[in-house]
Write a protein that binds this ligand. Structure first.
Ligand SMILES: C[S@@+](CC[C@H](N)C(=O)[O-])C[C@H]1O[C@@H](n2cnc3c(N)ncnc32)[C@H](O)[C@@H]1O
Length: 254
C-alpha cells in the first residue's frame, strides 16, 4: 500500500493538486448545508476539510484503509466519525447519507463497481454519489510529465493510465455498471505553479502513491537518470502544471 505515508508527505505530493480540486468538487457534488456526507478514501482529509466547512463536523463521516491517514484525519477534525475500511465494504447502514463522494479513489479500489455500488447503498434514493479521477490515460493528469519520463527510460514500467476510470468515459461507465442513474459527467481542471524544478521533483521522493513507490524502488543512479529526464521534459522554471479530472455525479437507483 503506497498510501502508508504521513499526512505531510501526502500534502506535499498530491495534496497540492487535490486541494484546489476539492474546492471545485464539493460544488460539483452539490454539497449543501444540512446534508450528511461520506468521504470515501478520505486520505489525510483534503476533501473532508471542504465538506466540514459546509456541513460541519456532525454532517461528515470519512473512511480510508490507510491507518496513518485515518489517524491524521481524526487528529485534524476532533469529533469527526473517521473509520478504517474500504469502499467495497462500507460499515454503514443503507441510506445513511445524502451524499457519498470519492475524490481520486476509484482507480485505487480493487473492485470499483463494488465500491460505487456500496456508495449508492449507503446514500439511498434522492441522494448524490460523486467521484473524480485524474485523466491519466489522456496524459492530462498532474503526473503526466513524470510517467512520460519513466516510459522514455523504461517502456515496460507500470503507470497509472491503465487504472479504472482514468480514460475518457470509463468513470461514467463504472457508475452505470454500479446501477447509478442520471449519470452526469464533467471535467474539472486545476493549475499548480512551481517556482523551481526541485520544488516539483522533491515530492516524488516521498514514497506517496504509485509514482512515489516507483521512485523509491530505484537505486541512486536510476533516480538521477529519471530526475534528469523529467527536467528535460518540463519547461524552464517557473512553470505551471495543469491537470484534469474526469468527474461524475449520479443518483442511486430507487
Ligand atoms: C490519491 S488518495 C486521495 C485522498 C483524498 N480523497 C484526496 O482527495 O486527497 C487515494 C486514497 O484512496 C485510499 N484507498 C485506496 N484503496 C481504497 C479503497 N478500496 N477504498 C477506499 N479508499 C481507498 C487510499 O488509502 C488513499 O487515501
Amino acid at each position: 500500500m503506497t498510501f502508508d505515508v504521513t499526512a505531510d508527505a501526502y500534502a506535499r505530493f498530491m495534496g497540492q493538486y487535490a486541494d484546489p480540486l476539492a474546492e471545485q468538487f464539493v460544488d460539483f457534488a452539490h454539497a449543501r448545508t444540512g446534508q450528511r456526507a461520506l468521504d470515501v478514501g478520505c486520505g489525510p482529509g483534503t476533501l473532508t476539510a471542504r465538506l466540514v466547512e459546509r456541513l460541519g463536523t456532525d454532517g461528515v463521516a470519512a473512511i480510508d484503509p490507510s491507518d496513518s491517514f485515518v489517524a491524521a484525519t481524526q487528529a485534524r477534525f476532533p469529533g469527526l466519525d473517521v473509520r478504517s475500511g474500504v469502499a467495497e465494504r462500507l460499515p454503514y447502514p443503507d441510506d445513511s447519507f445524502d451524499l457519498a463522494v470519492a475524490q481520486l479513489v476509484v482507480h485505487f479500489m480493487s473492485d470499483p463497481v463494488a465500491g460505487l455500488t456500496e456508495m449508492a447503498r449507503v446514500t439511498g434514493p434522492g441522494g448524490v454519489v460523486a467521484a473524480c479521477v485524474w485523466d491519466h490515460a489522456g496524459d492530462a493528469g498532474p503526473l503526466a510529465a513524470f510517467w512520460r519520463a519513466v516510459h522514455d527510460i523504461d517502456p515496460d514500467a507500470p503507470g497509472e493510465a491503465d487504472l479504472a476510470g482514468t480514460r475518457e468515459g470509463h468513470l461514467a461507465q463504472l457508475f452505470g455498471e454500479a446501477g447509478l442513474q442520471d449519470v452526469e459527467p464533467a471535467t474539472l481542471s486545476v493549475r499548480v505553479r512551481f517556482a523551481t524544478f526541485e520544488d516539483w521533483w522533491q515530492p516524488f521522493t516521498l514514497g506517496v502513491g504509485p509514482a512515489g513507490g516507483y521512485v523509491a524502488a530505484l537505486d541512486d543512479e536510476g533516480r538521477d537518470v529519471l530526475r534528469a529526464r523529467c527536467a528535460q521534459l518540463l519547461p524552464d522554471a517557473p512553470f505551471e502544471i495543469s491537470a484534469s479530472a474526469w468527474s461524475v455525479r449520479a443518483r442511486p437507483g430507487g
